[in-house]
Design a protein around this ligand. Structure first.
Ligand code: 13P
Ligand code: SF4
Length: 336
C-alpha cells in the first residue's frame, strides 16, 4: 500500500486532545502535531480490523498512551495475550514478547512493527546451550527468563519473568530441589540467589541496558538529590540493587511510584519508563538518569501504522517448538 500523507486536521486534534493533555510535558505542540495523525489513524484501523496493541512499559509515551490497549511488564503482556478476543495482536516491544503471544495464541495473527527488535539476553543463549547444561547437571531444573527465543524456552522446564523469578525458584524448592539453573541473565540470577536458600547456577548473559548502571551512579544521584527514592530493575548488577531502595519488574516499579508518590524518584532502567511514569504521576519529580534500549526504540508510530495496514510482518513459531515452549510458559503462569 502507498504511504498516504497524514495531516493534523481539526478532527485529529479533537480525537487526540485528551491524550495530549496527559503528554503536554513530554511533547512540544509542534512535535505532537506530527504524531497525532498517526495515533488517530492507528486507532481507527485497530477498530476496523479488531486488532489489539500490546505495549511494553519501555515504549515511548506516544505509543504507550496514544495507541496501546494493554500496557505492562512481560508477565502482564503474556497473561493478557492469552485472554484477548481480538483477531490481530500488534506487539509493541521486542521479538521474544511477540513470540510469547504467538505461542499462547497460535490461532491469532501476531504482528510486529520491526522484526529486528531483538534483545541482548535472547541473543546470549541457544537451544543447544540448554541441552548441554542439562547434560552437565542432570536432574537440576532449568528456569529460563522469558527474554529468550521459543527454541530456548522449548528446552527449558519453566519460564520466569523479572516479577516472578523468586516465586518460581521457591516453588521448585518446595518440590524438593535444592539447586536450580537460571538462564540467561546472570544478574537476575544473582539477585534472586541473594534472597533464597536455594542454590542458583547461572548463565553468563546480560542486558546491554541494565549492565551499564553502577553503584557509583546511585551514590552520585543520592549526593545530588538528597531525598530521592532509587528503584532498580533486577537485570541491574547486584551492587546497584544493594544501593537502591527498591527492586522490581517494570510493572512493580510503576506500582511502587503510584502507591508511595515519592517527591523525587529515579529509575535504574530504560528511559521511556521514566517518561511514562512522569506523565501519570505529575507530583513525582523523575530524575533523568536512564539508558536507552536500542531494540525497544525500533518501534515507532509510522512502523505500527504500516504493520497494521499491511498486516505484515507476522511472527510465526514452528508448531512443534511452540507446543514445548508453551509447557514452560504455562508452568510459569500456574506457579505465579
Ligand atoms: P519486565 O518484565 O520487568 O517488564 O522486563 C522486561 C525487560 O526486557 C526488561 O529489560
Ligand atoms: Fe533486552 Fe535489555 Fe532491551 Fe529488555 S532492555 S529488551 S532485556 S536488551
Amino acid at each position: 500500500m502507498h504511504a498516504q500523507k497524514l495531516e493534523y486536521t481539526g478532527e485529529v486534534a479533537k480525537a487526540t486532545a485528551s491524550i495530549y493533555e496527559k503528554l503536554s510535558r513530554q511533547y512540544k505542540e509542534s512535535h505532537w502535531q506530527s504524531l497525532a495523525p498517526y495515533i488517530h489513524e492507528i486507532n481507527r484501523l485497530k477498530k476496523e480490523k479488531n486488532a489489539t496493541i500490546l505495549a511494553h512499559n519501555y515504549m515511548t509515551p506516544d505509543i504507550f498512551y496514544g495507541v496501546a490497549d494493554i500496557t505492562g511488564d512481560s508477565l502482564r503482556l503474556a497473561q493478557e495475550a492469552a485472554k484477548t478476543s481480538a483477531n490481530i495482536i500488534v506487539q509493541c516491544g521486542v521479538h521474544f514478547m511477540a513470540e510469547t503471544s504467538k505461542i499462547l495464541c497460535p490461532e491469532k495473527k501476531v504482528l510486529m512493527p520491526d522484526l529486528k527488535a531483538g534483545c541482548s539476553l535472547a541473543d546470549s543463549i541457544t537451544a543447544e546451550d540448554i541441552r548441554q547444561l542439562k547434560k552437565q547437571h542432570p536432574g537440576i531444573p532449568v528456569i529460563t527468563y522469558v527474554n529468550t527465543s521459543a527454541e530456548v524456552k522449548a528446552e527449558s522446564d519453566v519460564c520466569c519473568t523479572s516479577s516472578n523469578a523468586l516465586k518460581i525458584v521457591e516453588a521448585l524448592g518446595r518440590e524438593g530441589h535444592d539447586t536450580v539453573i537460571m538462564t540467561p541473565d546472570k544478574f537476575l540470577a544473582m539477585n534472586v540467589a541473594a534472597q533464597t536458600k536455594i542454590k542458583v547456577l547461572f548463565w553468563e548473559g546480560t542486558c546491554v541496558v541494565h549492565e551499564r548502571f553502577t553503584a557509583k551512579d546511585v551514590k552520585d544521584i543520592r549526593k545530588a538529590n538528597g531525598d530521592v527514592v532509587v528503584l532498580a530493575h533486577p537485570e541491574c548488577p547486584p551492587e546497584v540493587i544493594a544501593e537502591s531502595d527498591y527492586s522490581g519488574s517494570t510493572a512493580q516499579m510503576d506500582d511502587y511510584i503510584k502507591k508511595h508518590q515519592p517527591p523525587k524518584a529515579v529509575l535504574m532502567t530504560e528511559c521511556s519508563m521514566s517518561d511514562n511514569i512522569a506523565a501519570a504521576n505529575p507530583g513525582v519529580e523523575m530524575i533523568g538518569t536512564c539508558q536507552m534500549c536500542p531494540y525497544m526504540k525500533m518501534i515507532t508510530l509510522p512502523k505500527i501504522l504500516q504493520t497494521l495496514r499491511d498486516e505484515t510482518p507476522e511472527v510465526l513459531v514452528d508448531p512443534a517448538i511452540s507446543k514445548r515452549a508453551k509447557k514452560a510458559i504455562d508452568r510459569m503462569l500456574e506457579l505465579s
